[in-house]
Design a protein. Structure first.
Length: 95
């Protein structure tokens, strides 16, 4: 993908709030997360954890931290990205 194609992709992206009820396959989620984990981070500390959520009860508990965005309740699969503030503490000698 060249820069023009990337710019076109970014400029014409849209936010989706109406989700198909189909589950995203476990294989696809795992592949996407493997790709995501390859993104660079400072000193390669990778200070993030990923949580795949499919249980409705858990989605309901996430509603408040998601600022009341009810679309999360209808999404069959959520991926929660959580930063880890302790990474630098545990790797202080590297930082």
């Amino acid at each position: 993908m060249d820069l023009d194609q990337f710019e076109e992709l970014v400029l014409h992206r849209s936010s989706v709030r109406d989700f198909a009820p189909d589950l995203v396959s476990r294989e696809l989620v795992e592949r996407l997360l493997r790709i995501t984990q390859r993104a660079p981070s400072g000193m390669n500390l990778q200070p993030v954890h990923f949580y795949v959520v499919r249980q409705q009860q858990v989605k309901e508990r996430l509603l408040k931290p998601c600022m009341g965005q009810k679309a999360i309740l209808s999404a069959p699969t959520l991926v929660v990205f959580a930063g880890d503030r302790d990474v630098s503490k545990h790797n202080f000698e590297r930082v």
